[in-house]
Structure formats: C-alpha cells, structure tokens
Ligand binder design. Structure first.
Ligand code: G4P
Length: 537
C-alpha cells in the first residue's frame, strides 16, 4: 500500500464519543445518526438494547447494562465516503472511570444537552475531561419541541460551563408548541419543523431566509424574535474558526429534536465537515532506561494501538474477553502478528472484530481511528499498547484514586485461587481497582462509584464461583507514590509500612483515612510525590 493510501484512509475517518447527562437524549440521537447514515434500517434497535435509564443495584439491571455496553459501545457507520466511529459512554455516574477512558480513544466529542435542563452535573464532569485533553466538542441542544429555556440563556450557560465560546450553526425559531424550525446559518435557509419520527431529513421543507415575507407570514412573532436573538448571539460570539474548534477553544452549537429526526442531519454533516480525523499520538518508551518520546502519525504504515477497554464476554462458559483497541497508526489485516508491549508476547486472539452496523463482524481491514476488538483468553490489560513490532508505549489512560474502599473476605477459603484469578482479571478490565496491602491481610478493593463493588461481588460469584463478603474499610482515599531517588522512597516506605499497598500494575499507593493524612505525610516528606491520578505507563 502506498503512503498516500494510508493518508487517504486516515483523512476519511472520524472517531468521536457521545456524551451527556442521562435522559438528555443520547440514545435517541445515536439511533438517528445510525439511521440517517444508513448503518441501520429500522429505528428502535439501539433503544431496545438500552437498559433502564436509572440503573438500580438490582442484578438484572447491572447484567443488562453490561450486555448493552458490549453490544453497542462501539458503532461504525459510513457516510459520504467517511468512516465514522461512534463510541458510547456509560450513563451511570458510578462507571464514570470507563467514560474517561473512552474519551482517551476519540478525536472529538458530541455533547447532547437537554434544552430544558441546560448543562447538568454529569455533563460538567465529562466536559472537564475533554477540556484537559483539548478534545474538540460539537454541541447539540436537544428537545426544542418542548417548553425549554431561551436559546440565548442556554448558549450563555454552555459557554460558562465549557469555558469556551459557542458559535451557533443553527438557530431555533420558537420552542415547544410554537417550535417552527431552525435557521441554518451556513445555508441561510430555514428548515420547517414537523413532529413525528417517520420523516427523513430530506423531507423537511426549507425556505430561504431571503424570503423574509413568507417566513414572517408563517411564523410571525416567533420568527421576528428568533431573528433578533440570533443577531444578538452572532454579535456576542466570535467568527467561526475551524482551527480554534480543533484546538478545543470553540464549540459549534446545533439545535434540534432528536426524537423528531429534526436537526440531526446537520450534526451528521458537521461530523464529516468539521470533526477532526485521527491525529498524531505521543508514545513514551524506554530505550536504555531513558524515556524516549515519539510522535506516532496516523498515516504511519506500522500498526499501533492502545487498549482502552476490556470487557468480559457475556458467555460464562468461556473465559474470554474482548480488548477494545483504538488504532493509532497503520493498517490491520487478518492474520497479522501483533505484540503486547508490556510483556513482549505475541497477541494471539481467537477472533478479531469490527463493530460495523452494530454487528460484530470479522475485520477485513482497519486503519488509524478505527476500533477493533480482540477476543483473547488473557494476556491483555487496560492501557496496553499493541504494535506489529515497534517499541512504543502510549500513555494517558487515566486511573483515578479510589474514594471508596472495601475489604474482600472469602466465604469459602478453599476458593482462594478462584478469588485471586477473578480479582486479577476484573482488575485488568478496570471494573475495580485491586490493592494488595504490603503488610498482608485481605485484599482491598477501591472504586470511584458504589455500584462497581456490587458488580464485582456479583461477577466473582457468577463467573469465578467465589462467594465473597465485602466489609467496609477504614480507608477513604489513596495516592500513588513516586520519589526522585530510591533512598527517598525507602525512608517514606519505612515510615508508613501499614499504609502501603500495590495495585494491579504493581504501582505503590499510600492509603489514607482522611484528607489530612496526605497533607501530613506530604509535610513530613516534602520530596515524595503524591498522585491522585495514575496514567498507565
Ligand atoms: P439518554 O440516552 O440520554 O438517557 O436519553 P434517551 O435518548 O433515552 O432519551 C430520554 C427521553 O427523552 C426519552 O423519553 C426520549 O424519547 C426523550 N427524547 C429524546 N429526544 C427528545 C426530543 O427531541 N424531544 C422530546 N420531547 N423528547 C425527547 P422517555 O419517555 O423517557 O422514553 P421513551 O418511552 O420515549 O423511549
């Protein structure tokens, strides 16, 4: 394959995550994007797979959620000769760690906002992660067919919360009962709203904005008000600057109603026209014990990718797992020999799949930006870099210091081996963080959300036949520890033998019972570094 083919394949790819607060309309919008790109034929298939929006601690719900997240966490569609990879993010806040990791695998994000509620709590947290990584964000303000807030007020709020200016791409005329449609600022035409979910985007009537009399006659006061507020919005926002958007410094804003297929096509077009294709990624790897930084370009012919998600298969009789790899460069072809950088071992998948049209299909070929799933019996962890030989290590997959801890007590001591295997595997999946106290004693589980414990307890029993009791622990936090010299580290570890534990990656952590612990320890040992976040290295 020629270099220009790699470049062309890269250029036509878009990989993005869809983020929102539960109930804002993420599932509906996802479904419509798939429908209008031709990836699915009938509406309802994504929705049908969606678990209860309000996950309870009921096992069925958790199992359902897991099933769904395997089935529809990655969806590929083809539109206007572009390969669009859509990554879903878990809805429940207790699984937010998963969401953060998904965000490391995308080049842009589509943020869905409920026009009645504005920017909600969970969206705020997701925005923070996007901001840290300067991920470009496209904004969709949904549910304009309802009684919602004024568009100017919404724009103002989004701007404040995002910390970046909004540039309206469409503007609503009216809302709720008086919702007349949207004015498209690029095409200078108004698309007229009609309720219903049967209509295809091209079926909506459009009227050029130049026909002001017609529009005034039909929409009267609503149109006039919309014109005025649009002018104010345009006056207050900067000019559209594509580079600023790509740098995460501006967000284009679209209005619509997902459930009514309205304003969705504009978003699909924006994904092709505005969203970035895969960008270079930085690798750090050791050469003669020195860390060497290397930029990996998506059009490099050599395969490289990173595991951003590991999911156990749903079939309990098989211990296999799918490692989701976001390709950073090169081409994947069946039968290719690949290596896991951490272990230097060959990756021997039993199958390799893509997620075209929501079905898992054997992969023919894949390029940078694509997500492929390797089914394995182990040997792959979250954060692993996979290459066709080159020594690379992508960093940046975040692990957050847990805020909740429990100890694991096995009910039947004869199942120790199963428990250890289960915890090791669930730890590798990132379902939970497992800490082994340095002084011995029961294993500690660390989580960011309470539901994670329940899932793990349930899965230990169902998948590993290890019945465990979880007991609350005195710990309320942890910090990963590093030091500049081995001597400094030793003086610290000698001072706190009871407080130290190793996690699944053998990183040393300091366990605390209150925020003061860290402060005190830091004062005593000013040269020790306490990290609230560990990036997979
Ligand atoms: P989520 O994935 O972000 O949690 O949201 P989802 O798409 O499931 O949408 C949440 C609810 O909002 C659903 O209603 C959905 O039909 C509705 N919805 C989505 N987009 C729009 C819109 O543009 N206008 C209006 N009015 N409603 C919208 P539900 O009653 O909870 O479920 P359902 O019975 O309709 O499926």
């Amino acid at each position: 394959m020629s270099a220009s083919t790699y470049a062309a394949e890269t250029r036509r790819r878009r990989t993005f995550a869809i983020i929102s607060h539960p109930d804002a309309g993420k599932t509906t919008l996802t479904e419509k994007l798939l429908l209008f790109s031709g990836a699915i034929q009938i509406a309802g298939s994504v929705k049908a797979r969606k678990a209860s929006r309000h996950a309870t601690s009921d096992w069925m719900e958790i199992e359902k959620q897991r099933g769904i997240s395997v089935a529809s966490s990655v969806m590929q569609m083809l539109y206007r000769e572009h390969v669009i990879n859509l990554l879903d993010t878990p809805g429940h806040k207790d699984f937010s760690e998963d969401t953060y990791r998904v965000l490391t695998a995308v080049d842009s994000a589509l943020m869905v906002i409920d026009a009645a509620n504005g920017v909600e709590a969970q969206t705020r947290r997701l925005i923070e992660v996007c901001r840290q990584r300067d991920t470009p964000i496209i904004t969709f303000v949904n549910k304009m067919d309802r009684e919602v807030r004024e568009p100017l007020e919404l724009l103002d709020e989004i701007e404040r919360e995002l910390g970046m200016p909004c540039v309206p791409m469409t503007w609503p005329v009216g809302q709720g009962k008086t919702f007349g449609g949207i004015m498209n600022l690029r095409t200078q035409a108004m698309t007229v709203f009609e309720a219903g979910s049967e209509r295809l985007p091209q079926d909506f009537e459009t009227i050029p904005l130049s026909q002001r009399d017609t529009l005034m006659k039909r929409f009267g006061h609503e149109f006039e008000t919309a014109e005025q507020s649009m002018e104010l919005a345009i006056g207050a926002s900067p000019e559209w600057d594509h580079e600023a958007f790509l740098a995460g410094k501006q967000t284009p804003v679209f209005f619509g109603s997902g459930v009514n297929n309205f304003g969705v096509m504009e978003v699909l077009e924006a994904l092709v026209d505005l969203a970035p294709s895969p960008r270079p990624r930085t690798s750090h790897h050791a050469v003669n014990r020195q860390s060497v930084e290397k930029t990996v370009n998506p059009e490099d012919p050599n395969f490289s990718g990173v595991v951003f998600k590991v999911q156990a298969n749903m079939d309990p009789s098989h211990r296999d797992r799918i490692a989701f790899v976001r390709m950073a460069s090169g081409k994947y072809a069946p039968g290719m020999k690949l290596k896991v950088q951490r272990t230097g071992k060959e990756l021997r998948p039993t199958s390799v799949v893509t997620f075209l049209s929501q079905r898992r299909e054997a992969v023919d070929e894949a390029f940078a930006g694509d997500i492929i799933g390797f089914t394995t019996h182990g040997g792959v962890q979250l954060g692993d870099t996979i290459t066709d030989g080159a020594s690379l290590q992508f960093t940046g997959l975040p692990f957050f210091a847990p805020e909740l801890f429990t100890t694991v007590i096995l009910r039947n001591p004869l199942r120790t081996k199963q428990l250890q295997q289960g915890l090791a595997q669930l730890g590798e999946e990132g379902a939970i963080q497992v800490f082994r106290p340095q002084v011995g004693g029961p294993m500690l589980l660390g989580a960011v959300g309470q539901l994670q414990f329940e899932v793990v307890q349930h899965r230990l029993k169902a998948e590993y036949d290890a019945d465990v009791r979880l007991e609350s622990s005195q710990y309320t936090g942890a910090r990963w520890i590093t030091a500049d010299t081995p001597a400094e580290l030793k003086s610290f570890t000698d001072a706190y033998p009871q407080r130290l534990a190793h996690d699944a990656a053998e990183s040393l952590a300091f366990l605390c019972t209150s925020p003061y612990d860290v402060r005190l320890a830091q004062e005593r040992f000013p040269k020790i570094h306490f990290h609230p976040l560990r990036e997979h290295a």
